[in-house]
Design a protein around this ligand. Structure first.
Ligand code: ADP
Ligand code: F6P
Length: 333
């Protein structure tokens, strides 16, 4: 049992915590859930698993969890608690109902594993007196307060391996290949793959100038000097990779194919890094709740695990590393 600081001076006892995953799933979420459950139990707390994110909270899809509930899960992709996007939780009524459901089920604090949207929801619960801790889980790496998010390492390695394979066949057929990786609003997977796969071009929403003619000219020039393939990595947010392939083929006369890697990037067994970092973050979240903390987000920053106020975390900004972005262009000769 732990003491929780509520407001400025009143203290409530934390006996039971909940854990949920929300938004897009990410490999390593299970390692985080396992760490929350086992650390909380080691700290003398009870744990409830809330299935299907905030939807499950509103619909009371809530299960008791013990140490064996998370056995044999650290190596598994996806999330054993399932996940969802819950429009109802964006409303005041939904948030009031969420806090009510926590009280009804004796849940004093919740660990929310997800992205910025999920943290907004966590903040709303904290405002209603439910202690909350966010754990960054998204393959997109687009949470400003942290240099690591659960799932990015696995997803970017999955994408890198897929692009290597496309590159083999692309070279054999002397084709141009456009490979679309995930990231509607974030180009981190695309940029890292662009570097790791030696792509000729990386198109990300944060930097794309929509100058397709420049790409076409570059393909023609490189063919003249004997290049056998041409790899373009598109972030999902660029869109219309199929259309781009048709336009490039028409303009260059070089056979061009688009490959959309898609959801395989979100699945699969997590890498060692995702298992270890997710375990540390999940454990830290349970410890913070045990210590009575609320409205915090766990993060990895400047080489160490730490935590920030959710408000502060949500107000931080992050952008693509300019040096990485410009360096990639120099390497793609
Ligand atoms: P992520 O957590 O990966 O950023 P979403 O943006 O889809 O994913 O958010 C996940 C869920 O978090 C949403 O479906 C919703 O239930 C909740 N959420 C998002 N934004 C808010 C908000 N402003 N207020 C309350 N809840 C929110
Ligand atoms: O946020 C993770 C992510 O995979 C993004 O990269 C992608 O744009 C989005 O989720 C796709 O979501 P959905 O599950 O709706 O296909």
């Amino acid at each position: 049992m732990a003491k929780a600081v509520k407001g400025n001076d009143s203290v409530k006892e934390i006996k039971t915590i909940g854990v949920l995953s929300s938004g897009g799933d990410a490999p390593g979420m299970n390692a985080a859930i396992r760490a929350v459950v086992r650390t909380a139990i080691a700290n003398g707390l009870k744990v409830k698993g809330i299935r299907r994110g905030y939807t499950g909270l509103l619909e009371e899809d809530i299960i008791d969890m013990d140490a064996t509930s998370v056995a044999d899960t650290i190596q598994r992709g996806g999330t054993i608690l399932y996940t969802a996007r819950c429009p109802e939780f964006m409303t005041k009524e939904g948030q009031d109902k969420g806090a009510y459901m926590c009280r009804k089920h004796g849940i004093d604090g919740i660990v929310v594993i997800g992205g910025d949207g999920s943290f907004q929801g966590a903040r709303k619960l904290a405002e209603r007196g439910i202690n909350t801790i966010g754990v960054p889980g998204t393959i997109d790496l687009d949470i400003a307060c942290t240099e690591y998010t659960i799932g990015f390492d696995t997803a970017v390695n999955t994408a890198m391996e897929a692009i290597d394979k496309v590159r083999d066949t692309s070279t054999s057929h002397e084709r141009c290949s456009i490979i679309e990786v995930m990231g509607r609003n974030a180009g981190y997977i695309a940029l890292w793959c662009g570097i790791a796969n030696g792509a000729e071009h990386v198109l990300i929403t944060e930097r794309y100038d929509h100058d397709e003619q420049r790409i076409i000219n570059s393909i023609i020039e490189r063919r003249k000097v004997g290049k056998k393939h041409h790899i373009i990595v598109n972030a999902e947010g660029i869109g219309d990779s199929e259309g781009m392939a048709k336009r490039i083929q028409a303009a260059t006369g070089i056979e061009t194919r688009a490959t959309i890697i898609g959801h395989i990037q979100r699945g699969g067994s997590p890498t060692c890094k995702d298992r270890v970092y997710a375990s540390v973050m999940g454990s830290m979240a349970a410890d913070l709740l045990s210590q009575g903390m609320s409205n915090r987000v766990v993060a990895y920053r400047h080489g160490e695990f730490t935590h920030f106020d959710i408000e502060e975390a949500l107000n931080m900004h992050k952008d693509i590393d300019e040096y990485m972005f410009s360096m990639q262009k120099k390497l793609s000769r």
